[in-house]
Structure formats: C-alpha cells, structure tokens
Write a protein that binds this ligand. Sequence first.
Ligand code: F6P
Length: 478
Amino acid sequence: MTQVLVASNRGPVSFSLSEDGELTMRRGGGGLVSGLAAVTGTDASVLWVCAGLGDADRVAARRSPDGRLDLAGYETGGAAVRMLEIPEGTFQRAYNSVANSTLWFVHHLLYDTPRSPHFDARTRRDWQSYEAYNAAFADALARDAAPGAKVAIQDYHLSLAPRMLRDRRPDLKIVHFSHTPWAPPEYFRLLPDDIGSQVLLGILGADHAGFLTERWASAFLDCCEMLPGARVDRAARTVTCSGHVTRVGVHGLGVDGAALRQRAAEQDVAQRARALSEQVGDRQLIVRVDRTELSKNIVRGLAAYRELLVNHPEWRGRVVHLAFAYPSRYDLPEYREYTAAVERTAEQIVEEFGTADWNPLILQVNDDYPRSLAAYRLADVLLVNPIRDGMNLVAKEGPVLSERGCALVLSREAGAAAELGEDALTVNPFDVSQTAETLHHALLMPRDERSERCGRLAAAATALPPQRWFADQLAALD
Ligand code: F6P
C-alpha cells in the first residue's frame, strides 16, 4: 500500500472549545481537500499533518492519543489528521512575522519600499521560530512516513521543510507546491541574503517543485540562477544543487465543476439568492468576492466603481456593486488598517451617490459561503482585480455558476489570467481609470457575447480540477 502524506499550515479541520471544555470540530474547505479525492478509493493511505492554529486546536491535539485525531464522521477527503502542537510564540512568529508579513509580502510585491521592509535583529529571532516551526513538521513527517512514501508539502509557510525532511529521510519522495506567485529575482533580493538562500535551498530539498503557472515557475528558476552552487537547466526545467536534482513543474488548479454546481443548488444558496435579488431588483449587478487581503486590491476596485459612476452617470440607479470582503489575518496591523480602508471607501461611495431608492454599493464583511455562491449565480459582471495572485479561484468559480452569463473583469497579474485571459476583460490592477472603463464595457457587453464568453470561461475553469492537480504532482514523483 502506498502512503501519501500532506503537510500544510492550515489543516482540513479546526476546533472550537465551549466554556465547559467540549470540543467541536469544523471542516475546512479548499482545493487541497478536494484534491485528495484523487487518492481516496485507491489503495493509498493519507495522513495530513497540519498546525494547531488556536487554543482549541491545541487542546484537541493534546487530548488525542499521539496527536492523531479521530475524524470518524468528518469528510476530510479520506485523510487521517495529525495536528501539531507548536508553542504559541513560535507559531505567531513563524506564521505572522515570517510567512505572512515577509514571504507573502515578497511574493505579492506588497512592500512600500521607502519604509519597509526593515530587516534587523528581530527578523533573525523570527526566522529562528520559522526554522523551528518547519523542523516540527519535518520531525512529524519523518516519524510517520512509511519507507518510500510520497510527501506533498504546501506553500510558503513550509519552504524549509522539504530539505529538513530529506536530511532526515532520504528515502522519501517529496513535492513542494507554491500556491502563491513567485517573486521576480530583483524583488526576491529584498530578503536578507542568508534567508533568501535558505528559502530556495529549502524548496530544492524536494524532488519536484510545483507552481500554478509558467510565470511563477519561471520566476523561481530565475531566483535559483542567483543561488551560489545551483545549476539551472531551463530546457529540462531542473535545478541541481549539491548533487540533488529538483524538477520544476506547472500544475494549474481549477474547480470541480460538478461538486460546485451541486453545492450551489442547495436550499441555503437559493434562499440567499432570493434575498439578493430583492435587494438588487432589475439593476445590473457587479460582484466581487475576496478575503480582505492586501493583495486583493479591494480599495482600488471600489475606487474604480466610483469612477464609473462619476464618468458614466447613466449607470446611476441602474447598477449595484455587491462587494464581499471576508475577514483575514486580523492579527496583522496592516490587515486591520486595510479592512478599515475598505469600509471607509465603501461608506464614502454610498454617501456620495446613494439615493432614497438606490443603494449603489453593498459591502458585506461577514463570511457567508452560500451567499457568495448565490452572488456568483446572479452576477452580470465579476470583478477580480488582485495586485498579484497565485491563481484566484473566484475568477473560476463565478463563470461556472453564472446563470445570466457574467462578464469577467480580471487582473492580468492573477495566475488565472494565463488560462482565462482570452475571454476575460483584462486590466492592469493599478490603473483605476482603466478598470472603471472596463467595468463600463463589461456592463454594455451584449448578452449573447457575454454568455458565449462565460461558457468558454467555465470550460477553462473546470479543465484542471483539484483531483487532477494533485494526481499530477504525485505522478511527477514516479
Ligand atoms: O491563497 C493562497 C494561500 O497560500 C493558500 O494556499 C493558503 O491556504 C492561504 O493562502 C493561507 O491563508 P491563511 O493565512 O488564511 O491560512
């Protein structure tokens, strides 16, 4: 029997703790859980190693024999789960300070460089925690893996783990997958040299390094070319370092169309669709759905909507913008400030243009998945304008569920633009005026053209379902 181990910061379940100490488990979503369907039903056994993210998760990990959770009755793609109890301080420094405030910023080009980053002694202390956090994963994987097992390590939280694991268990087959973009070399060089090298060397401990698009894979190879001692073969897409060869691959991730349509046909979605329809009436609907994430560019998106209403007053009273901006990484001050900026901008638009019988903009900040699906069903225009994004699944889910055929206004800096660019209306995410004009064209697009484009977008969005994405990575290890 083959064994597959998955390692990621956030696992497929999370816990909450009641006052009387009772634990309740909640299933998380995401492409990775769906991707595991590729190995369930085969003779493979799957163990998912993840971090306990809060106090309740840590209690759950402590109460389970050997940290292995009993998930009977929970749909986790057939995986058993081991939740690691990482000391709180170590976790905060690894997750917030290094992964989310440094590596995420580098890969998404988010720094305001005259002021930040500012790497100092504290950076080194945080980095030690990141090393310890990665080592905790490498230890657990090394302990749990059967001889010759395949290990799929996810994302920028765990860039050191592949090398650490190879050092402990050279018999394992390791793939690392980056769900984010990869920074161009001149931006990657913002990282202190030793830290930048460790990130690259860490991933090069894997046999296969996967990326969502050619562009990110190529940027990774560009960075490896700067790494002393590494030899990059662009044609073969390999990097050789200390005698070990890492193959670099592109594995696009799309949506499972059948599963998504089935979920969107449920009662709770229908109920929310009715409520939204009542609010919007017979006006055209521009939808956006994002986590409130600096890279998602929500403030410029709202500014573009404002400019549309200024430059094309004929749309006043005839269009509604539904903006869902769900909470994310609230521990970070930049994210709290950004959330406030989103709310402020939205209030200004409502104040400036709203009338007694027309609300131009509805901003919702509480996470409601069925409501997002309902909005996709009703959208005339879907706005996805990230500064930079590994893929962006909103751009794929929207067209799949659209009932009227929606026009997709899409940032050229989203990974999804590589697959959807021909039928989307692409924009430079920094150009607010261009985005406003593109929204105008999207609203004017003839119905026939809109639904033809939307049909092709939906086909492209479902061409690479998560099961295939995951199976391809595992196959690349053979
Ligand atoms: O969307 C890119 C991504 O890297 C996902 O792969 C990952 O699950 C997420 O970001 C991390 O977000 P969070 O900090 O909420 O766990």
